[in-house]
Design a protein around this ligand. Sequence first.
Ligand SMILES: [Zn+2]
Length: 387
Amino acid sequence: MTDAALPVTEQAVSEFVTDYFDSLDATIHKEGRRWEVSIPKDANTELSLDETVVQLVTHPEEADNDAVALTPGSDLFEQIVDDAVTHAPIGSLALTGDDVNFDDPDYVVGESTEVTNQQFTPYYDRHALCVLFDVGIETVSEYQCEMLKIGAVDLADYESRPQLAQTYLKYLEQTSTRPSEGNHRLTDGELTEAIAACREMVRVEIDSNIEDIREKATRAASVEIEEYRQYLQQRRDELRAEKQQLSEQIDELSTAIDTASERTDRLKRLRERKQFRDELADLRDELDGVRDSLNQGMPQRRAEIQDRHALTVRIRPVTATIVTHERGELDVSVRTDDCSATLTCDYAVGIGTLSRPTCDQCGTELDAQNPVEISPLKTTGRQCCGQ
Ligand SMILES: [Zn+2]
């Protein structure tokens, strides 16, 4: 993870936990990063917090003595996520045209052209599922990161709806202005399929994170393997030198034994030679082992290091919300100095425009590069059919 991702993750944790505590009707007194939390006894949860001080910190060890640390990956956060996985009901949310501010379209360019009104007419409701996932990427040894990601899919075709996921995230952040609830219901089969599609969307999104971490882990493993190889080569050279030295000592002893005149002296040297020969045999065994390991590419140690750096990726759904949103047409009224016109496009609340208005003359879509030009009889694109 880059450093920039850390505050975002902390913020996500803070928002998610606040939201989840709210859903349990808990009381939270926040004093900066210290929160005093009490959960009602009859709440549908395994969590038991009674005037417990929860402290948001970057590292668990930074928490005050009287506080429980809350940080991505902390025990408390894991417990809350586990609890949400088991207990959180499927939420529902209805987004209507009243909930959005319409941005000025990009095809209205220039000082003399302005948007005078945008009018949304809803025709029908569409349903999507937004799922909040707890994503953990970790290796046994070094690298780990934890984040909360939202996936959203349309419930009619299970296509991913990234803009809707963004909109839903914004609504989660503004807990005070919660829109009205929808009433669409799902079968278990639909729910399973939709959650799987959301999970796939999140998996694709975090693919580059996973790749980055995998590369780092692979590099770290390669460095360790290389260090071990160098250690073995050094050990091999030491053993060779020791072996050479011992062989020479044995040769010297053999000469001394051959020329020894006294029996006691001869016996002492024989015993010495026997001891050196035993040591030499041990050295040879160790040297053979080191050589074999080097020649075969150190399979045991390599496997052990690679295991230690292998990535585990887990993507757990934490909460799911059915988001019912209106679809219809957006009429955009545009005026220049002496003319005005209304352009129409398909629009979905929470997603944005689904189509672009086109040039009356040639049918080319209007956009920032091909902005609208209005004349008394028609609206055209400046680039495709401009004056
Ligand atoms: Zn045109």
